[in-house]
Write a protein that binds this ligand. Structure first.
Ligand code: PLP
Length: 428
């Protein structure tokens, strides 16, 4: 397949946009070559500016769980747009999507909508700090919680790929309040809590990590965090920006039966429009302005187009809960197929999967945290990525990313993908 026009468009973009992209993970820095420019997408497929049709395993990095240009979402946006696109005043839509989210997710009484996952996580820790009157937070190496200053400390995917885990521009003062722990390592968390008595406001975690490949929590890890938080007056924040409304209607809280104090959403909750949200029990949420002292705001927060898209998406998922089983079955089928062909071709690899998330690591060891994820062979990944692109399959242009399975993928698409992986891995 040729990607000629994309290369030209990228050269034009580079002149006026830093690196030619509006988010670094879109660049092909880790794999070489130039980004693909999309013209349109429908269901499981992308159509690019060169006229290629690609099977999409990124799906806008998660939101398009039912596939691209999902009819009810598109219709909702079109109809809503005719009524005006922003008011800076309340609309009934906001209450409708809030009520539905609260019905679907366990353990939340109130929810506030923002414009991105970054804003959701940033606001969640401000709220946790205000509520507990403590300053420090614990985050895990390789977990990504958006690009706000407090979180750009070993932050996974984009930050790893670009070798700037501690970004310039983040002050030493901010960095000192973020304590770093190893994912899936409770002892490490206990050490940090013991060394900082009564100082830790929150532990924030991706309850299934998705930004260093897909790394499910070890048995007892989330339960252990829950107990440590309860025992030490610390709020547990589940960052479900990636997993919320994807791994189950109620996210990881429902899937593993562990509850957090604050939960962050993004991606699926916006149905492909810019939406984030954070939610908790009333006692915590009432700390927010205008009821409480913790300030948080947004001109476009709860934007009617975004809320219409998100509501249509959540309604579709709520009405068809079997979707989560279908997604899981498709993912398991793909994982088994990839496992079979890579084994036959004597490739060294590890596959991690949970629900509709899957990652392939070119290393023989179990991938359980940032350190083990970093061991993967990037040269093999580059061949894998470009080989698949030539076959018309688009995976994320970085070895640290999860692939997202959508309901729009057919078993024929999965078979085609497995055959392509067979072909490509013979050339390693
Ligand atoms: C994508 C992501 C974010 C950031 O969301 P944006 O909408 O990109 O700001 C935060 N946390 C997790 C777990 C994510 O996957």
């Amino acid at each position: 397949m040729l990607y000629k026009r994309s290369s030209q468009l990228f050269a034009d973009a580079e002149k006026v946009i830093p690196g030619g992209v509006n988010s670094p993970v879109r660049a092909f820095k880790a794999v070489g070559g130039t980004p693909i420019f999309v013209k349109s997408a429908k269901g499981a497929y992308l159509y690019d500016e060169d006229g290629n049709k690609l099977i999409d395993y990124i799906n806008s990095w998660g939101p398009m769980v039912l596939g691209h240009a999902y009819e009810p979402v598109v219709e909702a946006v079109i109809e809503r747009a005719k009524l005006g696109t922003s008011f800076g005043m309340p609309t009934e839509l906001e209450t409708q999507i809030a009520a539905l989210a609260i019905k679907m997710v366990p353990n939340i009484d109130k929810i506030r909508f923002v414009n991105s996952g970054t804003e959701a996580c940033m606001s969640a820790i401000r709220l946790a700090r205000g509520y507990t009157k403590r300053d420090k937070i614990i985050k895990f190496a390789g977990c990504y919680h958006g690009h706000s200053d407090s979180f750009l400390i070993q932050a996974g995917s984009g930050a790893i790929t670009f070798g700037s885990p501690n970004s310039p521009g983040v002050t030493a003062g901010t960095a000192k309040d973020t304590l770093l722990a190893r994912y899936n390592d409770l002892d490490n968390v206990v050490e940090l809590i013991t060394a900082n008595p009564n100082e830790i406001a929150a532990i924030i975690v991706e309850p299934v990590a998705g930004n260093m490949g897909c790394i499910p929590p070890k048995e007892g890890f989330l339960e252990g965090l829950r107990q440590l938080c309860t025992d030490n007056g610390i709020l547990l924040i589940f960052d479900e920006v990636m997993t919320g409304f994807r791994l189950a209607a109620g996210g990881v809280q429902e899937l593993v039966g562990v509850t957090s104090d604050i939960v962050c959403f993004g991606k699926v909750i916006g149905g492909g429009l810019p939406v984030g949200a954070f939610a908790a029990r009333a006692e915590i949420m009432n700390y927010l302005a205008p009821l409480g002292p913790v300030y948080q705001a947004g001109t476009l927060s709860g934007n009617p187009l975004a809320m219409a898209a998100g509501l249509a998406m959540l309604q579709a998922l709520d009405a068809d809960r079997d979707v989560f089983n279908r997604l899981k079955d498709k993912t398991a089928y793909l994982a088994a197929g990839i496992d079979r062909v890579l084994r036959n071709n004597n490739v060294v690899f590890t596959i991690n999967t949970i629900g509709s998330m899957i990652s392939v690591h070119f290393d023989e060891n179990a991938v359980v945290d940032f350190q083990t994820a970093a061991k993967g062979d990037n040269e093999t990944f580059k061949k894998f990525f470009h080989g698949l692109l030539q076959e018309g399959i688009y995976i994320a242009p970085s070895a640290y990313e999860t692939w997202f399975i959508t309901d729009a993928l057919t078993y024929e698409d999965l078979d085609f993908t497995i055959q392509a992986i067979d072909k490509v891995s013979k050339t390693f």
